[in-house]
Structure formats: structure tokens, C-alpha cells
Design a binder for this molecule. Structure first.
Ligand code: GUN
Ligand code: ZN
Length: 429
């Protein structure tokens, strides 16, 4: 049996959502130590208490470093790893010019395996321990990511992307093959180890009504899978959807009428929503994913975090690699802060960290497993060095309190701030 482990440092644990309490800081508890056994968290408390409770445990002392749940990136496209940061296009042109040609390469299983490994190396180095990824239309692309994540013992949500129109030759499936290939992947991977499947129509412009209907039927047959897609990212896109689905009440209705709205639906972007859409999304408990670096990089707009949170929506945070311009959830928290400033409601450090961990976990319906440091949770965690560069160190030295010390790393930090990463208790960085 593996030896128990005690990590000491500034262990931060959410007692509540910092969006749900009057003082965000009151939502976070600080402990001296964290006890791990068999890939799970078994104790939190003072160092003395844990040493007494776990005799023979190995002790890893992190001093003044901050110990947090591993970051959860709730909307990514791993196949876009090699074309991240491509210049000068907005959504539809960006897809046609940069994204689709790159995604075409994933019919080659060896290429897919290479990028899957590269992607998980890059994100792990940034402290991300779970992602929800789109793959490409090729079942091989999903096989590659599931296989790689399984080998690493990593929790993963992923799905084969489905598109049967408005995509180039070679990057289209059909209603029937999307159903059959997705069903085969569900049978092979969903619920195996730490892996789960998300039924993944890319977005309604690239699916015929027949394909959306087929995927709605697949979801009804597999209701414990998630369903992930895009919603109301850019105004041009919304106009295009209106033309393609003249009978639909709004963009959300293009999913709703085919059985693709419900608890367990995860909508990326959701920037330009109408009131009916907001009401329905909240009523059914669907999740919205804020992708701030992508929304500024592709020029999409400013997500209404304040309004949507106040209305009671379930919201996660994500990089949206490679529409997003970074693999790092630290950089993504900085962008979320900047967007919140532009909307006049600055997010607190506790709120940014919650969005990147428990908020994203809850958006993926995984909050009972990951996203918090609490007894019984899986031991995915990240250790932050709050003085990782000279610029951050000199600012942190002036900090008035814990959150004033953490905030500069959220704003200015990158993979150099990631002192250690553990996946199911095992050290991987
Ligand atoms: N909408 C449809 N596909 C995509 C994609 O790959 N990235 C982003 N940002 N938006 C999309
Ligand atoms: Zn996306």
C-alpha cells in the first residue's frame, strides 16, 4: 500500500461559494495541512493533528506556498494546440482559415496521439488537472485523448465533435455516423477510470436539424453524459443561426427543440443572450462557460458575469484553447478580472479561484469529486509559489494580507508560479 502523505503550507478550502456570501473572503477556510491516501483527501487541519492522525506519513513542507485544488478548464479544444495564437480573424473566418485545416490532420491517429500528449503536458505544467475538451470529427481524436488521460490517471471529459454541414470536405460526418461513432465512444470510455463522455455537436451552424435530432436521441439514451456545445459567441454567428433555423425562437432554441437542453448541458461563451434564453438556461440548470481570453482574442464580447451570477446561473471558467490565447488558468483568471472591470464589477481573488476550480467542476457536474480540498475529494491539487518572478515577488512582499499576496500571482503569474501539481495524489510537476 502506498504511503500516506501530509502536505503542509497555506491550504485553501472553499466552505461556500464566494459569490454567495456577503464577504467573499469568508467563503474560504485556511488550514496548515492536508492528508492524502490512495489518491483521495482524507484529512485537513493543523500539522500537529495530521501528524498524530497519520503516523508514518511522508511530510512535504510547502512553507508559505498556497495549496489549492487543481485547476479545472471547462471548455477547450485540444486539437487546436498547434494553431493557438493565430492572427487577425473573427469567429467564422478564424474557423475556416486556421481551425478546420488543423483539425483535418486528426484523422491520423499518430498525429492525434502526439498532440494529445503535448496538450496534456502543457496544461499540467499550468496546474490544470481536468479539462472538458472537444476533439475533432474523427473518432481517433477522442481515442487519442482518452488513452493519454487514462495513462496519466487524469480526470477528463471529452467528446468527438460532430459536424455534417458548413465544414470542408473531409471534416464532415453525418447524422447517422455521428450517432454511431459517439455511441461507440460512450460504450468504450464513459465511466471508465476517471473518464467521462460529453456528446459534442460543435454548434448549430455546423449541424443539420437531422444531426441535432440524432444527438438529442443519443443524449436521451445516455442521460448521465454531458452535452457540450457553443452558444451566442458572436453577433454574426447569431445572425447566421437565425438564417439557418428560421423556425427557431432564438439560438438556444436550435438546441432545445432537438432535445439538447437540460441539466448536464454545457454552453461555451453565452455572451449575447436574450432574456428567454437566460430564463430557460437557469430553469433547467444548464451550465455557462466564460472564456475570457478567447472572447477578447477573437473579438466576441464581454461575458456578463455579474448579471448571470446574480440571476443564479451555474458558471465555469475556461481557456477555450486555441481560440483562447493561453493554456494557463492563471492567465485566464487575469483576463476574467479585466473583463469584469470593463463591466464595472471587479471579481475578487477568491471568486476567480473558485471559478477556476469548484465553479468549473460544478459546471461539469463533478463538484462531488474535484474542485475543492475537502475530505473525500480526489487529490488533484496545485501548489502556487507567490513569488515566482522578481516582478511578482517585489509586489507580494508589500501584501497586506493573504488575498493581497495571492492576487498579483493571479494577475501576473504563469507556469513559473506552479511549484507542484498532483493528480490523484501522485506528483506530476
Ligand atoms: N464555435 C464553433 N467552433 C468553435 C471553436 O472551435 N472555437 C470557438 N471559440 N468557437 C467556436
Ligand atoms: Zn470552443
Amino acid at each position: 500500500m502506498e504511503q500516506d502523505l501530509i502536505l503542509t503550507g497555506r491550504v485553501l478550502s472553499f466552505a461556500a461559494s464566494p459569490f454567495a456570501v456577503s464577504s467573499p473572503e469568508a467563503a474560504v477556510e485556511q488550514h496548515e495541512a492536508l492528508g492524502l491516501r490512495g489518491g483521495k483527501i482524507i484529512a485537513l487541519g493543523s500539522k500537529a493533528a495530521l501528524v498524530k492522525a497519520l503516523p508514518g506519513a511522508q511530510i512535504v513542507d510547502h512553507g508559505e506556498r498556497v495549496i489549492l485544488p487543481g485547476f479545472v478548464d471547462s471548455h477547450v479544444h485540444y486539437p487546436q494546440t498547434a494553431m493557438i495564437a493565430s492572427w487577425g480573424k473573427r469567429l467564422i473566418d478564424w474557423l475556416n482559415t486556421y481551425t478546420f485545416p488543423e483539425e483535418m490532420r486528426f484523422g491520423d491517429a499518430a498525429y492525434a496521439a502526439r498532440i494529445a500528449a503535448r496538450y496534456l503536458d502543457l496544461t499540467t505544467a499550468c496546474g490544470t488537472t481536468t479539462v472538458a475538451s472537444y476533439c475533432t470529427i474523427h473518432p481517433e481524436s477522442a481515442e487519442a485523448l482518452f488513452t493519454e488521460a487514462q495513462a496519466r490517471g487524469q480526470r477528463l471529459v471529452a467528446g468527438k465533435t460532430c459536424m455534417d454541414r458548413n465544414a470542408p470536405e473531409g471534416l464532415r460526418d453525418s447524422a447517422q455516423s455521428a450517432y454511431d461513432d459517439s455511441a461507440a465512444l460512450i460504450a468504450r470510455w464513459h465511466g471508465v477510470d476517471r473518464l467521462s463522455y460529453a456528446i459534442t455537436p460543435r454548434f448549430s451552424p455546423t449541424s443539420t436539424p437531422e444531426q441535432l435530432e440524432a444527438l438529442g436521441a443519443l443524449w436521451a439514451a445516455n442521460p448521465d453524459c454531458l452535452m457540450q456545445t457553443h452558444l451566442s459567441e458572436q453577433l454574426d454567428e447569431i445572425e447566421w443561426v437565425r438564417g439557418l433555423f428560421p423556425e427557431a425562437r432564438d439560438y438556444l432554441d436550435t438546441y432545445e427543440r432537438y432535445g439538447l437542453l437540460g441539466k448536464g448541458a454545457v454552453f461555451g461563451h453565452a455572451i449575447h443572450l436574450e432574456q428567454r434564453e437566460k430564463d430557460r438556461l437557469r430553469e433547467v440548470g444548464a451550465s455557462l462557460i466564460h472564456c475570457p481570453t478567447s472572447n477578447t482574442f477573437i473579438g466576441s464580447g464581454l461575458f456578463d458575469m455579474g448579471g448571470l451570477m446574480a440571476a443564479g446561473h451555474r458558471i465555469g471558467l475556461a481557456t477555450d484553447t486555441g481560440g483562447g490565447s493561453s493554456f494557463s488558468m492563471l492567465r485566464t483568471m487575469a483576463a476574467a478580472y479585466e473583463v469584469s472591470q470593463l463591466r464595472g464589477l471587479p471579481l475578487h481573488a477568491t471568486q476567480l479561484l473558485w471559478l477556476a476550480t469548484q465553479g468549473s467542476a460544478a459546471a461539469l457536474r463533478l463538484e462531488d469529486k474535484i474542485g475543492n480540498l475537502a475530505v473525500g475529494m480526489e487529490a488533484d491539487l496545485v501548489v502556487l509559489d507567490l513569488a515566482s518572478t522578481p516582478a511578482i515577488a517585489q509586489r507580494a512582499a508589500e501584501a497586506r494580507d493573504l488575498w493581497d499576496a495571492v492576487f498579483p500571482t493571479l494577475m501576473m503569474g504563469d507556469d513559473r508560479a506552479i511549484a507542484e501539481v498532483r493528480i490523484a495524489g501522485r506528483k506530476v510537476v
